[in-house]
Design a binder for this molecule. Structure first.
Ligand SMILES: C[S@@+](CC[C@H](N)C(=O)[O-])C[C@H]1O[C@@H](n2cnc3c(N)ncnc32)[C@H](O)[C@@H]1O
Length: 219
């Protein structure tokens, strides 16, 4: 049974259809989905998960950077599709520990590195340029505006940045949907989308998928 969110940007009947069509049979990922649902851990939505997996297979990255590991669900999912090196950043120590445990269960300890750090600081600390072919931003939404320049610096030409939750229950697109206590995040997400669209090194598509996803290619 799908839990519907009345503020979701996609009508429930479409979400239902997408989820019926994008089932998978991976036991560990199922176990992690159940854990996330029971413990309110925000992992990628099923249709966004499939999109990420398809992006990995299309881009064939050698190195992926993820901001926001949580329990390691999307990192494991991307590893299954890309079979490459993944660096995932997570500031919460309990989450980082669970991510490492799950990565070990998946048998990917030598492929996925979890760095327990604040992503903004860590990105600035990475001193090589253009070392990732794909970057997945799924961490602190209000801080993406401070991370974009570093992400572009760290991304190879032809590489992609995928950002989740950019439409944020529709609030990014329309004042009428904005919940007062979210106004700062919303303003920063709007600024982030503008920064993506105005960046001369990127071409960006905004997709009404899940909670809103942008895909930016470095040109
Ligand atoms: C939406 S969850 C990530 C879900 C994960 N990508 C998945 O789909 O399986 C966001 C995560 O970002 C982490 N986070 C928040 N702020 C952060 C920061 N400044 N640096 C690193 N991680 C951060 C949170 O602790 C949380 O676990």
């Amino acid at each position: 049974m799908i839990e519907y969110d009345k503020n979701a940007i996609v009508p429930p009947y479409i979400t239902q259809y997408l989820r019926e069509k994008t089932v998978h049979g991976d036991a560990l990922l199922h176990e992690m989905e159940e854990y996330a649902a029971e413990n309110s851990v925000p992992i990628v939505e099923p249709e966004t998960a499939r999109f990420l997996s398809v992006m990995c297979r299309a881009v064939r990255p050698k190195r992926i950077l993820e901001v926001g590991a949580a329990i390691g669900y999307s990192a494991i999912l991307m590893e299954k599709a890309a079979r490459c090196e993944i660096l995932t950043l997570e500031c919460n120590s309990d989450m980082a520990r669970m991510a490492r445990d799950n990565i070990e269960k998946a048998g990917y300890t030598d492929k996925i590195k979890v760095a327990e750090a604040d992503a903004k600081d860590y990105l600035a600390y990475l001193d090589e340029d253009e070392i990732f072919d794909m970057i997945f931003l799924d961490g602190p939404k209000a801080h993406y505006i401070y991370m974009l320049d570093e992400c572009v610096r760290l991304l190879k030409k032809g590489g992609i940045i995928v950002t989740d939750n950019v439409l944020y229950k529709g609030m990014t697109a329309d004042d009428g949907h904005v919940v007062r206590r979210k106004i700062t995040i919303v303003k920063r997400l709007r600024r982030y989308v503008d920064m993506l669209m105005e960046n001369k090194e990127l071409e960006t598509a905004i997709l009404p998928l899940g909670d809103g996803v942008t895909v930016s290619v470095k040109i």
